[in-house]
Design a binder for this molecule. Structure first.
Ligand code: GDP
Ligand code: MG
Length: 397
């Protein structure tokens, strides 16, 4: 089977999603995306099971799928290595989970990066490294390389039954202490390569009910959920970018008209009218941007109710300078004329300012100034919309 057979979200899925988001306001878009995430068959989770030859990879793959070694459809196990190429096995309970039995590591001149390339590491969402004995150099190498590739892994210490039988021969045998020692050995090995909170599962392929197999399964369920969200989160920036571009395009088309209007006003020889009118025109236009992108206060309020974020949290993500309110003073700030401000009153205020700032702004803002200002604000607002959307999806899906 080729890699393409396992691609996570189909292009069609994405087009559907894009279609529905692009016609919605931000809060509704969030709901659409959340519904999307609930769809079971959206995303596949590919788990690569790796480890030394004979460590129990194939046995684990069977156990994990609830199959015995000799049942139909189970992975071959035994005393000689049988896996030369990655072999895929679907999980019977989670139809989106695919477990890959990978070839063994740990041949004398083992190179982790060559191995990972050989098994096409990009295919796997995460790895399970299996060790049936002590933590070794090959595990170190593999764990490091997987991390370096930006992937995660769980560490499974297999054949626990075997280790316990061996320890039982000792006079002062203590089950809990034996298990602790085994776990610590693996954890320490992983900590030494900078894994802060290593997750180690102790498992016996013979005694599935004992030890940590259940924990691993629970963990996997969570992983699948998070994974689904993650995959969509990866796709979303592009989707929203595309939608935002369309909205921007539509609004941009109007910038020339607004700037032209502003330039016309400037031609009217009435002191003070020009800048006041400019500010009003700009304010109106900016309000339109914020509401088009769903960043006006009522939309943000709705978004907060649905995402569990506060208005402050959302606003703190925004860099467009006017999210605290569109008024003459904030617009003057945008124009870089903040130093001219002595009060934050309404538009009339500018008229009174004319004697002071007359030379700067009495003539009104030029076509270029207004169009540049609007263009920049539009870019910022579109970018804010994307950030707010992503942040709203982080919680409570
Ligand atoms: N005692 C014991 N033996 C195991 C366990 N898991 C695997 N084995 C045995 O170890 C050998 C290698 O197992 P296999 O799954 O084929 O290893 P692979 O080469 O990593 O795929 C086989 O003979 C298995 O029966 C386990 O948990 N306990
Ligand atoms: Mg095998």
């Amino acid at each position: 089977m080729s890699f393409e057979d396992y691609s996570v979200i189909t292009q069609e899925n994405l087009e559907d999603l894009k279609e529905s988001i692009s016609t919605q306001d931000l809060p509704s878009a969030i709901n659409t995306i959340k519904d999307y995430l609930k769809q079971q068959d959206l995303v596949e989770l590919n788990i690569g099971v790796t480890g030394e030859s004979g460590s129990g990879k194939s046995t684990f793959v069977n156990a994990f799928r609830g199959l015995g070694d000799e049942e139909e459809g189970s992975a071959k196990t035994g005393i000689v290595e049988t896996t030369m190429e990655p072999e895929v096995y679907p999980h019977p309970n989670y139809k989106n989970v695919k477990v890959w039995d990978l070839p063994g590591i740990g041949t004398p001149n083992f190179k982790a990066h060559e191995y990972l390339k050989l098994v096409q590491f990009e295919r796997y969402d995460f790895f399970i490294i299996i060790a049936s004995d002590r933590f070794k150099e090959c595990h170190t190498q593999l764990a490091k390389e997987i991390k370096r590739m930006g992937k995660n892994f769980y560490f499974v210490r297999s054949k626990i039954d075997f280790s316990i039988t061996a320890e039982k021969r000792k006079k002062n045998f203590d089950l809990k202490m034996t298990l602790d020692t085994i776990r610590k050995d693996c954890e320490n090995g992983l900590k030494q390569i900078g894994i802060e909170a290593p997750v180690v599962f102790l498992i016996s392929g013979w005694e599935l009910g004992k030890y940590d197999l259940n924990l691993l399964e629970e963990r996997m369920e969570k992983e699948l959920d998070q994974h689904k969200r993650h995959v969509l989160m990866l796709a979303l920036p592009n989707i929203t970018l595309e939608i935002n571009e369309k909205k921007k395009k539509a609004l941009e088309d109007n910038i020339g008209r607004v700037a032209f209007l502003s330039a016309c006003v400037a031609a009217i020889p009435l002191p003070g009218l020009s800048i006041a009118a400019d500010v009003a025109i700009i304010a109106e236009e900016l309000r339109k941007y914020y509401s088009t992108f769903g960043l006006d206060d009522p939309s943000l309020q709705k978004l907060c109710e649905r995402s569990g974020k506060t208005i402050e949290e959302l606003k703190s993500l925004m860099k467009s300078p006017l999210h605290q309110g569109i008024n003459p003073s904030s617009i003057l700030t945008l124009l870089g004329a903040a130093s001219l401000l002595i009060s934050e009153d309404a538009v009339e205020f500018f008229v009174s300012l004319i004697p002071i700032v007359g030379t700067v702004v009495a003539g009104g803002l030029s076509y270029l100034t207004v169009s540049r200002l609007l263009k920049r604000a539009l870019d910022d607002i579109a970018e804010d919309a994307r950030k707010v959307l992503m942040a709203s999806l982080e919680t409570g899906v």
